[in-house]
Design a protein around this ligand. Structure first.
Ligand SMILES: [Zn+2]
Length: 420
């Protein structure tokens, strides 16, 4: 790994920008007529429209979204990299239950099919970078929803039309990054349990041994106060330095080491591939119908696209990034949860305790009067240093138990009686 000093990077970027300007007056209407942010907003607006009915795996809305993405790939000059020269890779799932996933043959009764959308930029380079984002979401909210008002279209503008707009934006930018090839991948079935990425890793359409890294974008549309999380930074020893050197916008970045997380990078990590996940944080509209396009920060997305471009610019194109396994919570020691508090952890919080970003109506935390912003400091006699201790504490509790919980609100300790 060789890091180009920042000043060099800047001049190289400026130079590339100049070259891009020179050549951007050609036939591509995207480059000529629309700014980055406008195009990203247009893509999100299409994907997060009610007409697509929440893009759930195997639905009409998912099909429409996939066709739209393939058309955008075509406009951007990508090469189809799905099955049999198409843009698509179909996966068929029997008994679509997230806990008993089983891939089936098309046509099996009770099975459902969805499609990954795959495009390639071939620069004849030795190594390939995968830029991925899931495009499916929760449909009408029959599973995975945090909304309690009955069936309603979950548009998923941030989750994850934003990630799709980001890979389209990057696909355009990477035309001039000739030191790598790129696989641009819009993934299905993420919300059901990483189905599309899992299937792809078992049925790759390119040689995965030539892939140097996978970048996953899942919820990148809500940059707020320049705070962002990058997960998976322990999957290669070079990530932390690379992130630091590429962070020219001075984003306030929380790094999470583990390659295992609640999104598609996990599937790639498990094939021993360096992989990172960009995430602008959970919010009140997470997995609710209110996750809509007017709340998207497109300028923030442009800042993130700049940072990713800088990172790729700095990556060694002659050698694969070294892979490292990360310290993951040992599954045998992870307690199985019998109870839930009904809170949404703030994954960007890096102080002591566990800050919550929202509460679910009708669940123990909400019933006891807890609100968004409370920082859990104690639960059932345990000091809650972080989310892991919290999970442990929760794992010791049973249905029907009562427990004392201490939280900080506006700097003051408040005690809550939680009834599970
Ligand atoms: Zn989601």
């Amino acid at each position: 790994m060789e890091l180009i000093p920042t000043a060099n990077l800047l001049s190289k970027t400026l130079f590339l920008g100049f070259v891009t300007l020179l050549f951007s007056c050609g036939p591509s209407k995207w480059l000529a007529t629309q700014s980055d942010t406008e195009q990203m907003l247009e893509d999100i607006t299409f994907l997060a429209d009610d007409k697509l009915e929440g893009r759930t795996f195997g639905s009409r809305g998912e099909t429409k979204a996939g066709i739209y993405i393939s058309k955008r790939f075509n406009q951007l000059g990508l090469k189809p990299m799905g099955e049999r020269g198409t843009w698509f890779q179909t996966l068929t799932v029997n008994n679509p239950n997230p806990h008993t996933v089983e891939f089936a043959k098309p046509g099996d009764s009770g099975s459902k099919s969805g499609r990954n959308v795959l495009g390639y930029i071939d620069h004849g380079a030795p190594y390939t970078i995968i830029l991925g984002a899931h495009y499916d979401h929760l449909g009408y909210g029959s599973f995975g929803s945090l909304y309690v008002g009955g069936p309603a279209i979950h548009n998923g503008a941030d989750d994850n039309a934003s990630g799709v707009a980001m890979i389209l934006e990057l696909a355009q930018r990477m035309q001039s990054e000739t030191e790598f090839n790129f696989l641009i991948m819009a993934i299905t079935g993420e919300e059901n349990g990483l189905w599309g990425s899992n299937y792809y890793c078992d049925h790759p359409t390119i040689d995965l041994s030539k892939v140097t890294a996978m970048f996953n974008f899942d919820m990148v549309g809500r940059l707020n106060e320049n705070k962002m999380a990058i997960n998976g930074t322990g999957t290669s020893p070079v990530w932390p330095d690379l992130i630091k050197a590429a962070n020219l916008a001075n984003l306030n970045i929380t790094q999470g080491e583990s390659g295992i997380g609640p999104s598609d990078h996990t599937s790639f990590y498990l094939t021993d591939m360096p992989t990172i996940h960009f995430f602008t944080g959970a919010h009140e509209d997470y997995h609710k119908p209110s996750d809509d396009v007017h709340l998207i920060n497109a300028e923030g997305m442009d800042i993130i696209a700049d940072m990713v471009s800088n990172m790729i610019e700095l990556m060694d194109s002659n050698e694969k990034l070294p892979f490292s396994k990360t310290k993951d919570p040992d599954p045998s020691s992870t307690p199985t949860m019998e109870v839930t508090l009904g809170v949404l952890p703030d994954y960007l919080y890096d102080g002591v305790g566990m800050r919550i970003d929202g509460v679910r109506e009708g669940k123990p935390a909400a019933n006891a009067g807890m609100i968004k912003g409370d920082v859990i400091m104690k639960l059932a006699g345990k000091d809650i240093k972080d989310i892991y201790v919290y999970m442990e504490a929760l794992g010791t509790l049973h249905k029907g138990d009562k427990a004392k919980l201490v939280a900080l609100r506006d700097g003051k300790e408040i005690e809550f009686d939680i009834q599970f």
